[in-house]
Write a protein that binds this ligand. Sequence first.
Ligand SMILES: *Cc1c(COP(=O)(O)O)cnc(C)c1O
Ligand SMILES: [Zn+2]
Length: 422
Amino acid sequence: MSDLYELRCRECGKSWGNEPRSFCEDCFSPLEVVYDYDSLKKSARRENLSGRDFNMWRYSELLPLPRDYKGPNAVGGTPLVASRKLGREWGIKNLHFKNDAVCFPSLSFKDRVVATALAAARRFGFETVGCSSTGNLANAVAAQAAQQGFDACVFIPADLEPAKVLNTAVYGARIVRIDGNYDHVNRLCAQIADRFNWGLVNVNLRPYYSEGSKTHGYEIAEQLGWRLPDNVVVPMAGGSLITKIAKAFRELITLGWVEPRPVRFFGAQATGCSPISDGVKRNLSRFEPQKPKTIARSLAIGNPADGGYAIKLMRESGGWAEDVSDPEIVAAIKVLAETEGIFAETAGGVTTGVAKKLIDQSRISPEETTVVCITGNGLKTTDAIVGEYTLSEAIPPKIEAFEALMDAQFATSGRALAAHKA
Ligand SMILES: *Cc1c(COP(=O)(O)O)cnc(C)c1O
Ligand SMILES: [Zn+2]
């Protein structure tokens, strides 16, 4: 390899060099970026990181980037929040939230995957980039294409959340709305990638795209003091993120950056679109595709590309998968906000709700270190919870009016009572 990485078929092992391609033409299996770890052991040292900014580019040696690539924008570097309240309420000790709700530039973990995909798009000479998206990916492509001077054309199901559509439109990207669900959109994009000379980040650039997810895992390990957690709870759409966090941890062990430690991987889905968790729970060798119906739109992929690999990972790591209903998702969004001050989108409600379920099932034990991955921002899915809150009547700007209001609420609300007495 002239680069220290190349594409290889996950099943037959055939090498494909570096090119915009996601499937092996011999056996039609997905391609994966593999690295020359023997060389990396010499060149990629943990000490190199000191003095670098805390964002995903600090791990550049471990990403499939063109030589001397300078990250054009700060992406990632999000907080690992040690739980103050929720862990205690749930009866577990070392609970953390990896908070990609505040990932730059577009407020979801999809910024990480787009960052590595656009590096590949630049290398392969694409001028137009795009994606098939359940919302967040389109936001990230549109934002970073604007920053880097690519034309952007994104494909989305017609009925996405308005905030997510707006979050794409504002960057000037062309938006093609498809009358169908994500799986229809994705199939169309495969044909478009064949016919147009475009870099579709999760289609023909998919192997480079998915490597960006590893940085979510590197950051978790570094923020735990270069230690791996015992458990991670990860939301699953296509099932890529969970497998890439596992790859990140394996690489850190291979390079000697962390001590080996078995990590259990737990996947989270919405019951209304749960082909992967269903496959784990029923011990299927292959998941059964589903027709999505859930408020967790960002996870609504009925035929997940990496579903089989995700199932295998959870099984072999001693983990498990669970899913939660739409009302449970809404409840979990509220609990996370009220206890930890993190406003997550529906996918965050899925992960939080599932984490609680796994603790109740004693699959996650109280003494262990557990990281729950929050992957997107609540301001993008306000329609999911807006019905939970009613505005009080406006009052005149008079102290008497406020006192009357407090008295009126005195009878009904313990919280108002506390405020009243203080
Ligand atoms: C895309 C996405 C995921 C999961 O993605 P995978 O396809 O499983 O890698 C999780 N959370 C949010 C908010 C997403 O947008
Ligand atoms: Zn092959």
